[in-house]
Design a protein around this ligand. Sequence first.
Ligand code: 44T
Length: 816
Amino acid sequence: MPNASARPKHSGRRSHRRHREDPARNQLVSSSLESAQQCLFNQDYGPAFVHYLLVLNLAPEFKDFAKESFRFTLFKWAEELDSAGRIQDLFGCYEQALELFPADEVILNSVGEHLFRMGFRDEAAGHFFKALKLKPDYAEARENFYRVANWLVERWHFLMLNDHGRNRKYQQAIQKAVRDGCATVLDIGTGTGILGMCAKKAGAAEVYACELSKTMYELACEVVAANGMDGGIKILHKKSLEMEVPTDIPHRVSLVVTETVDAGLFGEGIIESLIHAWHHLLLPPRKGDSRDSSATGRVIPAGATVYAMAVECLEIRRHNKLCVSEVGGLSMAAAEQLRSPVSCSAEADDSMEPYTTERLSRLPGGYAALTEPLTVLRIDFNNVEELEGLSSRPVQRLRVPVVRDGELDALAVWFQLHLDEESSLSTGPHEDTCWEQAIYPEHASKGFVLKRGDELLVDVSCRDAYLRLRSVAVLRSGRELRLDASTDPRDPEAELCSALASLQTRPDVCVLECSEMALLNNGDYHHSFAAALSKLLTRLKAEPEQSSDPLYILDVSEGFSLLSLMAASHGGVKAYSSVEKRKQQEVLERLARANGVPDGSLEFWLNNGEDEQGALQRPSREKLWSAIFLDCVETCGLVRQKLMEKASLARCLLEHGGRIFPQKMAVLGTLVESDTLLLESAVQGRDATLGFNIAPFINQFTVPVHVFLDFSTLACRHLSEPNELFVLDLMDAKANYDHREVQVVTTAPGRITAVPFWYDIHLDEEVRVSTLAPDSHWKQAAVVLQRPLEVTAGERVRLSVKIRNSSISIEVRKDP
Ligand code: 44T
């Protein structure tokens, strides 16, 4: 029976009575309800959904009664719309559903899942977060949230807020400016609101703040209110470039404070923001020796100095260019055009990033400085003409002496942020700060070895608001050795000639992600695969019932993979690759020809974006797969989502004696004490954040699993040996469990703060690959404990390890 006592939410008593007494409406409601149920029964979800919408809009009192069926209908209909590619309709339906049930955590979670699949990660994360706030013990939403929280509130917020040195310097500079008369302040990119609160606390009469991220804006509002300043700071959810006087702020301000800088200084758009601020939001700059700060405008930071140095670094090299001539028995001579998407070269287009970021001091294998630091740029944020002139500055060619022999892998860049005349922050590689450095990789293939005494020529320019650095040549014994084929950008004619020449002769570049480049360079992985594969093929081919048909092999690795080609290079095999991008398929085809792989033995699967099920079904019906390659660990160090579902599907599609590679994987982990991991996962206490109450708010975005960890360079104390925590058997469903208790004996006294984990991937009984190997393309992950556990040496602790939907959770307690 419908729950007739449920009162419609938005209609008052009178309209409620009117509804009940309106026989035509009642008639329509009951017939629509009946139709909805009938359509649902017939699995006719579209019309069922429309009928339900009508019923619930006309008769909200049925909401409780019909909620379950309505949701079911919605999800089924959404699935149909999704597979028909009717995305706009799909979101339209969800929008209508959320109008009816704005606080329904299941609907919110489901919208989030759709958004995530479409690549809208921030929006997805926002929906998971709302669902979780409504129902904190909703496991699906929690797992979803953990997967995406990193996009919503980036992890560096924790680092920056825990960086006491940086916070204090900003605070002191702001205090000084306010004391000097800056009474009206705008904090651009306020994040959690910390700089705005500093200004208020220092006594500024009016404080404004703006923040473009919705989540951060909402967080700032909460934080400012919790610190009793909500009346004193006006926060706007806006990009500063969209602000104007008097609509957003009543008049121009005397101080702009901002830390909208990334590791490459300009990547967050500080130049554009400050040019706009000087034209629209700030009082005119101080001229001459005028001392009246209340009538003039200024910026904290006042300016910056940017430094660069050339480095040799294997870790950077193997993520950006091909370093091997052979992979798993295949010659790579025909694959020279492969490179990472990080480039400042003349031919780099907009899809390329000019730099990546790394903390040099934590790179596995370290790095060697080949030059002294070189000053590449000085910029005064209080000089609007200088800011405006930056992008039209001519390319500047700098010379830097080489102080040590080594291969030129990258230019590393950092800066000093001058908060005012006295105080500055450095993001350099030797500082004990939260900052990473910007890395401009050198692509000139084959690698150029610099010699002590050489001089390196570096071109510096500013384009699209990015600082661009390019090593162009080396001066050695009076001769100039060019580093790339392109010509002097200051000579337009030569540039045109070279562009024309490259159109005719150069095969176009094929771009792979940095992690895909590192995968290609992972010799151990390919070597192990080749060994296991060749064993399997030899065995299958020797089987008496083996006809003259080829063996069918499917590689469902995500992204670029050479495994199918390795399989195809064995005679008598037909291999299917899941590589989707046309350019990458061409590279595989070229490599196939160059390696004498017979025509037709390599095919591309998934060319038309079929669904997951389709991806695993073999083309011809009469024969099953001999081997299916699953790539089971993501680069970030987590088990790939839906791995076990894919494995069980794959098992059904194997011929007798066929194999899934890998056969199983073991999760290994060590107990450690690491303050670094704590500082990167949550804001610790109030001390670091200048006494402001920020931690509880931002820490809602803490996730228990830290990803992309370099365990080999993590500052930590090992408190145990590595232990096997869990085993996932891909060939045998019955061997799997979802919960395991592991006893670990500690080897040293300390506080257990985290459990870093990685995998031993067993391709077959003998061949094994570790994701912790030195040349691995995988990073590691770590579970960071909610509460550290103090232990002595030789103590027994019990780990409760669970794997649910590919995500791992670990609890540690003392063994009673
Ligand atoms: N990360 C550094 C960048 N914003 C620093 O939405 C150092 C990275 C980093 N708001 C590891 C370590 C570190 N108007 O919330 C953001 C952003 C906002 C604006 C309004 C604007 N014009 C902007 C521009 C940006 O400002 C906040 C800070 S942005 C830079 C943060 C710890 N990986």
